[in-house]
Design a protein around this ligand. Structure first.
Ligand SMILES: [Zn+2]
Length: 159
């Protein structure tokens, strides 16, 4: 699947934005996902909010850098927060900004600005593993120095 797969086509149609231009401003790949009970974090706190299951949700980037939710006449762009319930990732959001689609202000310029804001905030949380040298999001780090993969491979940690 290329960058212009059916998921970004769906996002483009929901936002009434040109898919090619939209794709140019979102980290690849863009995936549409269902917010079901198993995937939604119920651990809300000062730093995170649950995803509204009434919206259509899209995750952009691998690892995910940006969440885009559309529905009820609103577009939301947010930073993902991933925690673990056993081995199941639980997804919530933080630093969310929303605009009304009715006011036609969810323009490409707005999307571009919000995606850049969220992406840089998310990337600032990444840490480089001292063992493998890979840059990882916080949910893949055992601590500030070692990723979970290296913790299992090199340090006998079992998750
Ligand atoms: Zn590592």
């Amino acid at each position: 699947m290329g960058p212009l797969d059916q998921d970004i086509e769906l996002l483009g149609s929901l936002l009434v934005l040109d898919t090619v231009e939209l794709a140019a401003h979102l980290p690849d790949p863009v995936e549409h996902f269902d917010v079901d009970e198993a995937f939604r974090s119920d651990r809300e706190g000062d730093d995170r909010e649950a995803l509204d299951p009434a919206l259509e949700w899209f995750a952009a980037g691998s690892p995910v850098l940006v969440l885009v939710g559309v529905g009820g006449g609103v577009c939301t762009v947010a930073q993902p927060v991933v925690t673990w319930m056993g081995h199941v990732p639980q997804l919530a959001m933080t630093q969310a900004e929303s605009v009304s689609l009715d006011a036609e202000v969810a323009t490409l310029a707005w999307i571009k600005r919000e995606v850049a804001r969220v992406t840089s905030a998310r990337k600032a949380l990444f840490r480089t593993c001292v063992d493998c040298g890979e840059s990882n999001p916080p949910e893949w780090m055992m601590n500030d120095g070692i990723c979970q993969g290296c913790a299992e491979r090199n340090h006998g940690v079992v998750f």
